[in-house]
Structure formats: structure tokens, C-alpha cells
Design a protein around this ligand. Structure first.
Ligand code: URA
Length: 231
């Protein structure tokens, strides 16, 4: 895990050959849906494992069949809430939850309109109660403009969780700047920070549309009555 000196609390995993190999496969235009989804699960699982190294544990004693010895109680690992932003975050969440077996999981449906305004519509939110002991992990593969993430993070601000973090595959500097301007304390963990956003709001060099790559191009997209219409 490498701290990015441009921001506080932003980390990439360029020092991990395992993650860089997986990212290379995700970037490859020839990678099919199934392998793409498997790659996202792998990333979620491995990144979740790395995240546990940043979490607090409590010392405890454990009785083996022979004698008492020291052990640890995974205090923070037991208090995780994973927020999954439909649709591409599903496989990432599947990987994360393998490390955080007791995590509570919330779902947010949000979609981004087209350039130039990239209007965000959030039309479904089902999330568990968040307490000050909790670590909220928002899983979103692509931190592009950051607008969706900002709206999602606002939902949890008042609960004052112990930590709020975003776990993704790639980020654009523009998206990190936008999130950090609103939420300076949010920690961001991505495999790599790419060069920029293009005028269509895609991360470059990126990996394309993560939802389409994972699940195929949609035939029909329709919105249910909107809960929030956000500028
Ligand atoms: N969402 C994606 O799926 N890909 C991008 O490059 C940006 C946003």
C-alpha cells in the first residue's frame, strides 16, 4: 500500500504485483464478462485483507487445549458496514465481504447522466444503521467525477462513523479532489490513480464502463419514481 503524497489519506496498491496483474486483466479490452467479474472479486478480497492491517484490534487471552496464551479480538473488523453502489460494485463487495464476514451491507442505486453536467440520480437507498463504532466502506469501482460518492457519503455523515472509506479499482485525480473538498477525512483506497477524466467522464486510460464490462451492455434502462433528484 502506497500513500499518495498529493492528498491526505489516499492510498494505491501499485506495490502489489498481485493487484497490478489483476488490474491489467481488467483493463484488457479482450477480457470477457466472467473474467472481469472474477477480477473484481479478487481485488475486493485482497484489498479487504490489506485494509484489515489498518484496523484496530484488542489484545485478549485465549485458552488452547494446553495453556492460556495471547490473542487478538478484531474490534474494528467486526464493525464494518459495506455500501454497494449498483451495479458494478457488486463483485467488489463480494470480495470485500470475504474479509469482513460480519459486515452489514447497504445498497444504493445511483446513476450518472451524460456530459457535460453528469447529473446524478439516486433512486433507491437501503442501508443499515451506522453507529460511531462502525467503519463505513463505500465500494465503487470507478472514482470518476466523485459526484455519486459525495451524495452517498452525505447519507452517513450525521451518524459520525469511526472511519469512512472508499474502496475502488481506479480513481481520476479530479474525482479524488472533488471528494476530498467535501469530505477531507474520508480515506480512499484504489489499486491505481489514473491520469485524468476524458470529456465523457471516463477515467483514462481506465478500463471502460465497469458495469458493462462486468454484466454486459444494458438493453433497457428505466428509472423508478425518484427519491432524490440531485443537481
Ligand atoms: N464509470 C465507469 O464505469 N468507468 C469510468 O471510466 C468512469 C465511470
Amino acid at each position: 500500500m502506497i500513500k499518495d503524497e498529493r492528498w491526505e489519506g489516499v492510498y494505491s496498491f501499485e506495490d502489489s504485483p498481485y493487484l497490478m496483474e489483476t488490474l491489467t486483466n481488467l483493463r484488457n479490452v479482450s477480457t470477457e464478462n466472467i473474467s472481469f467479474r472474477k477480477g473484481l472479486v479478487r481485488l475486493g478480497r485482497y484489498m479487504g485483507y490489506e485494509l484489515t492491517k489498518t484496523m484496530e484490534f484488542e489484545e485478549m487471552h485465549v485458552q488452547t487445549p494446553l495453556e492460556k496464551t495471547k490473542g487478538i479480538f478484531p474490534k474494528d473488523r467486526s464493525n464494518v458496514v459495506i455500501i454497494t453502489i449498483l451495479r458494478a460494485a457488486f463483485p467488489l463487495m463480494e470480495g470485500l465481504i470475504k474479509n469482513f464476514e460480519s459486515a452489514k451491507v447497504g445498497i444504493v442505486s445511483a446513476s450518472r447522466g451524460h456530459a457535460p453536467d453528469f447529473k446524478i440520480e439516486m433512486n433507491y437507498i437501503k442501508v443499515p444503521q451506522v453507529t460511531p463504532e462502525d467503519t463505513v466502506i463505500v465500494s465503487d469501482p470507478m472514482i470518476a467525477t466523485g459526484s455519486t460518492l459525495i451524495h452517498v457519503l452525505k447519507e452517513f455523515k450525521d451518524s459520525k462513523p469511526k472511519r469512512m472509506m472508499i474502496v475502488g479499482v481506479l480513481a481520476a485525480p479530479e474525482g479524488i479532489n472533488a471528494v476530498k473538498a467535501e469530505f477531507p477525512d474520508v480515506e480512499i483506497f484504489v489499486t491505481k490513480i489514473d491520469d485524468k477524466l476524458n470529456s465523457d467522464g471516463y477515467i483514462v486510460p481506465g478500463l471502460g464502463d465497469a458495469g458493462d464490462r462486468a454484466f454486459g451492455e444494458p438493453f433497457k434502462v428505466s428509472m423508478l419514481p425518484q427519491m432524490h433528484n440531485l443537481e
